[in-house]
Ligand binder design. Sequence first.
Ligand code: FPP
Length: 245
Amino acid sequence: MNNKEQLNSNIPEHVAIIMDGNGRWAKKKGFFRAVGHENGTKAVREVVEGAAEIGIKYLTLYAFSTENWNRPKLEVETLMKLLVSSLKKEIKTLQKNNIRLNAIGNLQALPEKARKELLEVIEKTKDNKHMTLSLALSYGSREELIKTIQEISNKVKNNVLSPHLINEAVINEHLYTKTLPDVDLLIRTSGEQRISNFLLWQIAYAELYFTEILWPDYKRTDLFEAILNYQQRERRFGKTSEQLS
Ligand code: FPP
């Protein structure tokens, strides 16, 4: 089987990506960090189209973490402006490819303009069926887990839920990712090998894939290479090889 045929089957249902290296990409070229982020948006489009092309059902991108609010004010503003301009520009790409936009994270923390634009595109694409693109914005996994625990505790306190009925499904229902399946493949670019507070609960059985490529240079063929690598792996979910065969 050649690579193209291999990409016709055994495609991970949910791929999540930590897009890292925009700043280093810019520095290497002698540009401001903002230029790295701008070129990062081109890689976002490239990868979204590539993922839709091979039939990935759920793609989740770490666009802005709860910790990213601590970056210099100007950089935060640039990222928020890029979010708004990308949403305005890319709505066409989403509709053309039948992609539904979703967002995970504390959206209340986003500037009004960004939140409004985001909710508008989510609404306009809500009936699209081919792929769900989730943007993690002001997202932090620990914050998400704290929110989940608070909501569940309140239900227990108000006698809506009994503690012995708390199981994985109940927890899943309270996460930002409640409409998404578990992550099958997590990719991080730029050579760093960390999870950085991303989807800690949801990656329990994910395959991890790290690449040296800096995010602005990432192409759909790099995504395909990660998928081909994923297909070589045996996912045992705690069982033995013999049990699987
Ligand atoms: C990491 O690079 C990247 C980010 C913090 C933001 C990701 C944002 C984009 C790709 C552009 C905007 C996205 C959308 C969806 C419109 P870094 O700045 O941490 O790079 P460094 O580690 O080399 O400094």
